[in-house]
Design a protein around this ligand. Structure first.
Ligand code: APR
Ligand code: PHB
Length: 390
């Protein structure tokens, strides 16, 4: 039976980044991905990288295009009741974020893995595990109607929210925590210039809106929408009209309309699965947790999970020590829950909650009023947004 040190399930950002970092440490991996490369690259996701994520891409040797094309943002704007308030990351934290699409991160990681010749099996079907609680678990999968099995030391479950890894943890061991929000985000991607140099998070009485970007010529916009909304009911014109209404007066004339390249509706949820380890299976990224995109933490949480797992595996293979692996779940979850809190806080502060009691509306207004009146409060937002330390 074929054997490999670490089998990684999933060739999304978490699996690919872990694979590249382990490669730099001389640790052999195999990635099993159920979809094709084009399918994986077709997913449009957020594009705000914390410095920790940027640093890991550089350590993985995949940062050349990111460093050239990424946009450094030293702040962001929040618009409430028509008033724009800038959160100055540089002044408040001395740090910044890098705007660079997750699709590009994934593309760079895919290219690096292909270039170093590390194996990735795309369109691998029916991945399953056995012996997770033994020293050498077995991974099974089917490819081109052929059954395969691999013995390994560790399995990294980087297979996202709908993957097989979390579901492989026994029900009497796994605990999950969830909050589903009563609205979704309708997103549109267009080859039009952004309305501002920085992102604008908008709390409007008609609903939340976000003006983001991928470059100086490609914009990404979001509108809060009802859970019953259907994408076929949203023509480009209807989207642009609704966005225009929610923009600050200073920006309405700056909005450049154009055909949507991509348009989709995504639900918002907060979700955490514990433990992030079961035997030799380690969960990382969306397989273990989901955040509402308001705080732009999804990819960045996957990166910090990957960092902790990389350090633990490096320690094991280079020094045969297990302290890092034994402490992985607790360490990763500590940062996960802080990002869950921040993402929940940004979401509750900036969205219109249907049928919300007046008390909660008053609290939201007070939260915003306090935020903009206090350097300490703005510093707290900024230090979470640019990324808490690993
Ligand atoms: N077998 C093999 N691969 C699988 C399986 C399976 N049973 N189930 C899912 N996958 C693959 C998916 O096709 C996907 O390519 O695992 C990959 C998981 O990637 P993501 O869902 O992108 O999750 P992750 O790598 O943790 O990245 C988190 O992606 O979804 C966004 O907002 C999220 O920005 C965050 C980032
Ligand atoms: C995006 O550019 O897609 C994006 C940016 C910031 C967010 C969410 C999404 O908070």
């Amino acid at each position: 039976m074929k054997s490999v040190s670490v089998v990684i399930i999933g060739a999304g950002p978490a699996g690919l980044l872990l694979g590249q970092l382990l490669q730099t440490s001389g640790i052999e991996t195999l990635i099993l991905e159920q979809r094709s490369p084009d399918y994986v690259l077709g997913r449009i996701r957020a594009g705000v990288l914390e410095q920790g994520t940027v640093s890991l891409m550089r350590q993985a040797g995949c940062a050349e295009r990111m460093d050239k094309e990424g946009l450094v943002h030293h702040g962001t704007a929040l618009m409430v009741k028509g008033q724009m308030h800038r959160i100055d990351f540089q002044d408040l934290t001395g740090s910044s974020v890098l705007v660079y699409g997750q699709t590009e991160v994934t593309r760079d990681l895919m290219a690096a893995r292909a270039a170093c010749g590390a194996p990735t099996i795309y369109e691998a079907e029916d991945v399953s595990f056995s012996g997770l609680d033994t020293e050498n678990p077995i991974v099974r999968y089917r490819k081109d109607r052929m059954e395969h099995q691999i013995r390994c030391d560790f399995i990294a479950g980087c297979d996202g929210f709908h993957g097989v890894s979390r579901r492989s943890i026994p029900a009497n061991v796994l605990k999950t925590y969830e909050r589903v929000y009563p609205f979704g985000w309708l997103g549109l991607l267009s080859d039009t210039p952004p309305v501002d140099d920085e992102l604008i998070y908008i709390n409007d009485r008609r609903g939340f809106a976000l003006c983001s970007m991928r470059s100086h010529s490609r914009s990404r916009y979001y509108l809060q929408c009802g859970l019953d909304e259907k994408i076929e009911d949203w023509s480009d014109e209807r989207f642009w009209d609704a966005l225009q209404e929610r923009l600050p007066a200073t920006h309405q004339a700056r909005l450049v309309r154009g055909p949507s390249i991509e348009k989709s509706i995504a639900p918002l949820r907060s979700f955490v699965a514990e433990p992030m380890r079961y035997g030799q299976l380690f969960l990382a990224g969306d397989a273990a947790h989901i955040v509402p995109p308001t705080g732009a933490k999804g990819l960045n949480l996957a990166a910090s999970d990957v960092y902790y797992l990389w350090q633990g595996l490096k320690e094991f293979y280079h020094h045969r020590q297990t302290e890092g692996l034994d402490g992985y779940a607790v360490k990763a979850l500590a940062r996960v829950w802080k990002a869950e809190r921040f993402s929940w806080w940004m979401t509750t502060m900036l969205h219109q909650f249907p049928d919300q009691p007046v008390f909660e509306t008053k609290i939201q207004q007070a939260e915003l009023a306090y935020l903009f009146s206090s350097r300490a409060a703005m510093t707290a937002l900024a230090e979470n947004y640019v990324g808490l330390p690993y």
